[in-house]
Design a protein around this ligand. Structure first.
Ligand SMILES: [Zn+2]
Length: 390
C-alpha cells in the first residue's frame, strides 16, 4: 500500500478499530499508546468513526471523585456476527453484537452426523429466526462463524470427516451456508472455536499457553501456544480423541482401536453402563446418576477421567501449557471427573510441567463453540469496517 493520505487514513482507522476490538474501552491517551498515531489524527479518526456510528465516547463509570475520564469504545450495535455450533446431534446459533455479547441464542435438534443438507437447512432457519426476532438487518451482520465437531482442513475449509461425520465428506459447508444465508461464512473445528471463546470471554483470558479439551460426543482439543493457535500442516492439531489409550479396546468410528473417544465420551460411558446393566442408559441419565453418587456411574466416569489424564499428560509434556480448560457435557461431572484427571496427570508427567499447571472447568459451557465462532468473525471486524470506507 503506497503512503497516500487516503491510505494512511485507512491504516489509522484500522489501527483504532483493532485497538478497540482487542481492549474494549480505552482513554484517548491509551489509544495514542496502542496505535502510535498522533493526538490530532486520533481526534479526527474518532470524530469520523463516531459520525458513522461505529465508536462512542462517554464517561468512564470507574471514577467517583471529580469528573470521570472519557473513554472510547466500539458501539456494540454497529455490527453483529453469528456463531454456529454444529455438534453431532444439534445446531446452536448465537448472534453476538460487536462487543461479543450474545443477544440471541437458540438450538435446533438435528442429526448433524447423518445429513449435511438437513443441517444447513436447519441452520439457515435459525439465522432467519434470529434476524426476525431481533429486527436486525442482514446487512449489519459481518458474517457467520461455524464450529463443527470434526477435523477441518485449514486450506479448503472442508471437513476431514471420514468415519467421523461421513455425511460431510467432500462437502463445502462454508459455500453451502453462504448459499442458504447470504452471509460470509468461515468454518473451524469446534474445539478451536472453544479455545478462542475462553481466551476472549472465559477462564483463559490473558493466558498465552492453553489447551481446551472438549469432552462431548466427540473429543478434541484446541491449542494455543505462545499466544497463537496451533493448526498444523492440515489444520488437524489437537485430535486427542483419536489417540489410542487401550490397544484392545473398542474399534472407533475413525477405524483405529481403543481411541480416547471410545472410552471417555459421554456416549461411550453410557454404552459401557448399558452393556453392564442390560438396559439403555442415556447421556442425560448418566449425568443424573453421577450427581446422585451412583457407584457404577461414578466408577465409569472416574476411569474415563484417568484415561483423559494420561492423554493430557502426553499433551502437557509436548506443549507445556499453563492452563487446560475442560469443556463439553462430561465436564458437568465435576470432581468425579477432575480428581482422576489431576491424579493421572501427576503420575504421568514431569513435575516441572504440572507444577504450575491448572486444569479447570470451562466458564462458558455449551456456548463456547458458538461464541468462539462468532468471535472469529468479530476479530475481522476492523478490516471489514475499513474496506471501502475511506
Ligand atoms: Zn478414533
Amino acid at each position: 500500500m503506497s503512503a497516500t493520505p487516503a491510505n494512511m487514513r485507512r491504516l489509522g482507522r484500522l489501527r483504532v478499530l483493532q485497538a478497540l476490538s482487542e481492549v474494549g474501552e480505552v482513554s484517548r491517551g491509551d489509544l495514542l499508546q496502542l496505535t502510535g498515531l498522533s493526538r490530532a489524527t486520533i481526534s479526527s479518526l474518532v470524530a469520523d468513526l463516531a459520525r458513522e456510528g461505529l465508536v462512542r465516547e462517554q464517561s468512564s463509570v470507574a471514577s467517583r471523585l471529580g469528573r470521570p475520564p472519557l473513554v472510547v469504545s466500539l458501539v456494540p450495535s454497529a455490527g453483529y456476527a453469528f456463531g454456529l455450533d454444529l455438534g453431532h446431534d444439534h445446531a446452536r446459533l448465537i448472534l453476538s453484537d460487536l462487543a461479543g455479547t450474545p443477544i440471541w441464542d437458540d438450538t435446533a435438534d438435528v442429526d448433524v452426523d447423518s445429513s449435511a443438507e438437513d443441517t444447513v437447512a436447519a441452520a439457515a432457519e435459525l439465522v432467519q429466526a434470529a434476524l426476525e426476532d431481533t429486527e436486525i438487518e442482514r446487512a449489519s451482520v459481518l458474517g457467520l462463524g461455524v464450529g463443527i465437531a470434526c477435523p477441518v482442513d485449514r486450506r479448503t475449509g472442508m471437513p476431514r470427516a471420514d468415519g467421523i461425520m461421513p455425511a460431510w465428506a467432500g462437502t463445502k459447508p462454508a459455500e453451502m451456508l453462504t448459499g442458504r444465508t447470504g452471509l460470509r461464512t468461515l468454518v473451524v473445528n469446534d474445539a478451536n472455536a472453544c479455545v478462542v471463546a475462553e481466551r476472549r470471554y472465559g477462564v483463559a483470558r490473558h493466558c498465552d499457553d492453553v489447551v481446551y479439551l472438549r469432552l462431548s460426543a466427540g473429543i478434541g482439543a484446541g491449542v494455543v501456544c505462545d499466544g497463537r493457535m496451533l493448526l498444523g500442516h492440515d489444520g488437524l492439531v489437537g485430535e486427542l480423541g483419536h489417540i489410542s489409550v487401550d490397544p484392545r479396546g473398542e474399534v472407533c468410528r475413525c477405524g483405529n482401536r481403543g481411541c480416547l473417544e471410545t472410552i471417555a465420551s459421554p456416549a461411550a460411558i453410557a454404552r459401557l453402563l448399558s452393556r453392564g446393566w442390560g438396559r439403555t442408559v442415556s447421556h442425560t441419565e448418566l449425568m443424573a446418576l453421577v450427581r446422585d453418587g451412583d457407584r457404577g456411574a461414578v466408577r465409569a466416569v472416574e476411569d474415563a477421567g484417568e484415561a483423559v489424564g494420561r492423554t493430557l499428560a502426553m499433551t502437557v509434556m509436548t506443549l507445556n501449557p499453563t492452563l487446560v480448560v475442560v469443556g463439553g457435557e462430561l465436564a458437568a461431572a465435576g470432581n468425579v471427573l477432575f480428581d482422576p484427571i489431576h491424579r493421572a496427570l501427576r503420575r504421568n508427567s514431569l513435575s516441572d510441567l504440572h507444577g504450575e499447571l491448572r486444569v479447570i472447568d470451562s466458564a462458558l459451557g455449551d456456548s463456547a463453540s458458538a461464541r468462539g465462532a462468532a468471535a472469529l468473525v468479530l476479530a475481522e471486524a476492523p478490516n471489514l469496517l475499513t474496506i471501502d470506507k475511506v
